[in-house]
Design a binder for this molecule. Structure first.
Ligand SMILES: Nc1ncnc2c1ncn2[C@@H]1O[C@H](COP(=O)(O)OP(=O)(O)OP(=O)(O)O)[C@@H](O)[C@H]1O
Ligand SMILES: O=P(O)(O)OC[C@H]1O[C@H](OP(=O)(O)OP(=O)(O)O)[C@H](O)[C@@H]1O
Length: 211
């Protein structure tokens, strides 16, 4: 039996992902050792390999088959647009993709003038404004602290993740429109899905019982 490789997202989703795998008896203790610089971990009994990667890289590993399975946020799946099968909503990492801004931002958004939209998610923002709303906007790509953009006048509104809403509140901003709901998902390489169907299906069925 060959090893199945699972790509996990570093950061916010990592601990919930490991907790979920633990619930179905898939453990990888070494990966939880934060002081280690090791990148890949194995569970020889279950013939599994795990590695942690930056979110946007997870669908890349899975599309190319370097990982059979990936755990990643829906936002990243939509933004990366890779050829992978999304097989399960894992029910954690819940948040929303929203258009946010101040009252002035709301006016600008509704005025239908050409507004600037700052975001870490240009593809999702383009799809929402151009394809769904048929509104032409200028998209400005940023890499973090997106809420700064309308405060310092870089853009009228932002498209960003909202979880508790406290980042918006503490910066005098609010949700103007909802783009979509998000959560962590399991993705599978299409070839692995066929070649390792039994093992992957068994894992999905076990996970379904605990999510
Ligand atoms: N409040 C939140 N902010 C951002 N992402 C969240 C939040 N809640 C859940 N998520 C989910 O967690 C995933 C990973 O978030 P994380 O913050 O670890 O990465 P990131 O901020 O995109 O990366 P980095 O910190 O390396 O820039 C997101 O893609 C999203 O699906
Ligand atoms: O609604 P909340 O609970 O406040 O969470 C949402 C905030 O968290 C994320 O930022 P993150 O901490 O990942 O920092 P970043 O903007 O630098 O990526 C996201 O981009 C929002 O800014």
């Amino acid at each position: 039996m060959r090893y199945l490789t699972i790509a996990l997202t570093k950061g916010r989703l990592a601990s919930s992902t490991l907790a979920l795998f633990n619930k179905i008896g898939i453990t990888c203790e070494e990966i939880e050792d934060k002081s280690s610089r090791k990148l890949i971990f194995t569970n020889d009994n279950l013939k599994l390999r795990f590695f942690l990667a930056k979110g946007p890289d997870v669908p890349t590993y899975v599309e190319y088959g370097a990982a059979d399975i990936g755990i990643v946020g829906k936002d990243t799946i939509l933004e990366e647009g890779r050829s992978v099968h999304e097989v399960l909503d894992l029910g954690f990492g819940k948040c929303r993709m929203c258009v946010c801004g101040s009252d002035k931002g709301r006016e600008a958004l509704n005025s239908r003038e050409l507004i600037r939209v700052a975001t870490k998610y240009p593809k999702i923002a383009k799809h929402y404004f151009f394809n769904k709303k048929h509104q032409t906007v200028e998209i400005i790509k940023l890499n973090g602290s997106i809420e700064l953009a309308p405060i310092v006048g870089l853009s009228e509104v932002i498209v960003d993740i909202v979880e508790t809403g406290s980042t918006l509140r503490e910066n005098g901003l609010g949700v103007l429109e909802e783009v979509c709901d998000l959560s962590a998902r399991m993705i599978v390489n299409p070839v692995s899905m066929r070649m390792e169907n039994e093992r992957i299906k068994e894992m999905v069925n076990k996970l379904k019982q605990v999510v």
